[in-house]
Ligand binder design. Structure first.
Ligand SMILES: *Cc1c(COP(=O)(O)O)cnc(C)c1O
Length: 393
């Protein structure tokens, strides 16, 4: 009957209508912790989930719900729930869906905090995580075929921007009867929708591109209704609830998600090409370059290659990176990504700070690697800035 509306319109309007009040055109920030009732039967029905409404802020909140609804629509999912941070939703998901003696198949390049869950916390509950070489699809399929409860994927990866074939791996997981979870933080729903490629659940650190302004933490997961319900139930009990003020900031940021990501896609490709040709630069990691190992997979499953790239200086050492970063004028050297401002960092001081140099080397992360999160500045100024910073390196 109705044509599906386009992503840009969904980013602006999606999920908001139900929360408007008294003619306000914006979603209100509802700070109230509890929600009162004069009719005790109505209260009981809401409490039992038999009718919509709110009881207590640790469980649900109208501003938080509007945020979840917007992400749900952008990912084309049946259901969504959120948490205070990306790690809040990732840990809630794993602890809600896994039991003792379960096996998880994942990759070596998951986000640092996620790999901590795999290495340090899940084994305490007798959950075994097998972490495969990220680009060895056959090895991942072999591990999946041995049987597992959950397959946990991330693409593009941090910080070497590797690409996984989601359709292929989700197919292997389906055959093994495993749940497929994808961290879509780097791609955003503008560039990639894992649910359409066979995933059961897609999650985001909303702190990054979704919010886009580096001023609010949040996490969100969307997908299969029964699975989301289990994750919500665990999160309401562990208490890692998204704050309504953060939900509002994330919601406001998402209204420009499509514009920001379109600019970041374009600028990052220009910058990757510029770096590729620069004599002071070694390897450049960006899936939009034809030289990327999995360029063909990226072309098939992504609508844009994203704002994240990384590169090595010719002098590929931590010392050289330390000299280079402060020379950049239009880039915060900080442990974050996905914001309107360009952000740079070294895995050795940001995402992989907990690892030793040897561990980073074993993961294929060069000591001098520089991660570049492209902002929405004019790309001509970003390239000029890189050019002056690279001069004499
Ligand atoms: C930052 C990040 C996370 C964790 O999110 P927080 O909001 O910092 O808890 C998870 N996955 C990826 C890919 C990230 O970049």
């Amino acid at each position: 009957m109705n044509d599906p509306i386009h992503t840009g319109t969904q980013a602006v309007w999606g999920g908001e209508e139900k929360s408007w009040m008294q003619g306000a055109t914006q979603v209100p920030v509802v700070h109230s912790v509890s929600f009162g009732y004069t009719d005790m039967d109505e209260w009981l029905q809401v409490a039992n989930g038999e009718r919509p409404g709110h009881i207590y802020g640790r469980n649900t909140n109208p501003t938080v719900q509007a945020f979840e609804e917007k992400v749900r629509l952008l990912e084309g999912a049946d259901a969504a729930t959120s948490a205070a941070t990306g790690m809040g939703i990732i840990s809630s998901t794993l602890f809600a869906l896994l039991r003792a003696k379960d096996r998880v198949v994942s990759i070596k390049d998951t986000y640092g905090g996620t790999s901590k869950l795999f290495f340090e916390f899940l084994p305490r509950f007798n959950v075994d995580a097998v972490l495969c070489d990220t680009e060895d699809h056959e090895a991942i399929e072999t591990e999946i075929a041995k049987g597992c409860r959950l397959v946990y994927l991330e693409t593009p990866t941090n910080p070497t921007i590797k690409i996984l074939d989601l359709e292929r791996l989700a197919g292997a997981a389906k055959k093994a009867g495993a749940i497929v979870v994808v961290d879509n933080t780097f791609a955003t729903p503008i560039n990639q929708n894992p649910l359409q490629l066979g995933a059961d659940l897609v999650l985001h650190s909303a702190t990054k591109f979704l919010g886009g302004h580096a001023d609010a933490l949040g996490g969100v997961i969307c997908g299969n209704r029964d699975l989301v319900k289990k994750i919500y139930h665990f999160r309401e009990i562990n208490g890692a609830t998204l704050h309504p003020m953060a939900a509002y900031l994330l919601l406001r940021g998402m209204k420009t998600l499509h514009l920001r990501v379109a600019r970041q896609n374009e600028s990052a490709l220009d910058i990757a090409r510029f770096l590729w040709e620069h004599p002071a630069v070694g390897r450049v990691y960006y899936p939009g370059l034809e030289t990327h190992d999995n360029y063909d997979i990226a072309c098939r499953q992504m609508r844009g290659f994203g704002g994240m790239l990384s590169f090595e200086l010719k002098e590929n050492t931590l010392d050289a990176a330390k000299r280079f970063l402060p020379r950049l004028k239009y880039a915060h050297a900080a442990a974050n990504l996905g914001a309107v401002e360009t952000i740079v960092g070294m895995p050795a001081t940001t995402s992989h700070v907990e690892c030793t140099a040897q561990e980073r080397a074993a993961m294929g992360i060069p000591e001098g690697l520089i991660r570049y999160s492209t902002g929405i500045e004019d790309p001509r100024d970003l390239i000029a800035d890189l050019k002056q910073a690279l001069a004499g390196m």
